[in-house]
Design a protein around this ligand. Structure first.
Ligand code: COA
Length: 187
């Protein structure tokens, strides 16, 4: 499909373009991003160039829907629906620049992406979320979005770092999207 822009109270989500390359390159120098995601480390400018080019193909092929997040006029991060299947499921993924964190930006962006996924036009039925065990900020964000904890998969996540245990959670189109208790976040 053609890329779809999303607007929220504070944020603009749009398909990545050449203007985003520098900001993506700079943000991915923060060690917290390669620590918890699959981005390469060290992260070169050519990695950002390739990523932006690939996102255009992914939109066209309905393989992944990826947006950059803008807070006002500033680049804030990236959010996407990955592993899109014709049967109505996808996996949400996200990261923010360090200076955009802690302001509920991802909660606001995530709600818009979930609305998009479950809209009648897109018609998804299930979204999944996975994170390396111990990524509490990401888990709390997924919980705030209404994802329900579904378990821990041993050595199930692969990245340039190797293998990691993974927390998994899911959100169905009919779920109420209220935060539910996650046993791994309690106490
Ligand atoms: C995960 C990430 C996107 C969160 O974005 P954010 O905009 O700061 O999150 P929000 O402000 O919307 O907060 C959402 C929830 O997470 C909690 N949270 C956010 N940062 C936190 C932190 N550093 N420690 C503990 N909790 C945190 C918030 O308190 C909130 O929980 P609550 O609703 O129970 O109060 C951001 O920390 C990030 O980019 N991390 C590095 C990359 C990454 O880990 N990506 C995810 C890979 S699975």
């Amino acid at each position: 499909m053609q890329p779809v822009d999303l607007q929220t109270t504070r944020l603009t989500l749009r398909a990545p373009g050449p203007d985003d390359i520098e900001a993506i390159f700079e943000a991915c120098q923060d060690p917290e991003i390669p620590r918890w995601t699959t981005v390469p480390s060290p992260y070169a400018r050519s990695d950002a160039e390739e990523f932006v080019a690939k996102t255009a193909t992914w939109w066209h092929d309905d393989a992944q829907y990826v947006w950059t997040i803008r807070l006002g006029s500033s680049f804030a991060g990236v959010i996407g629906l990955h592993e899109v299947t014709p049967r109505g499921s996808a996996e949400i993924g996200f990261w923010l620049s360090p200076d955009a964190r802690g302001q509920r930006v991802l909660t606001e962006a995530g709600r818009a992406v979930i609305d998009f996924a479950f809209s009648p036009e897109i018609g998804m039925r299930r979204l999944s979320w996975r994170a390396v065990v111990g990524n509490v900020p990401s888990a709390k964000t997924a919980r705030a979005l209404g994802f329900r904890y579904e378990g821990t998969l041993r050595q199930a996540l692969t990245s340039p770092r190797g293998r990691d245990d993974g927390w998994v959670a899911g959100l169905l189109a009919e779920d109420d999207r209220m935060p539910h208790p996650w046993p791994v976040l309690e106490g």
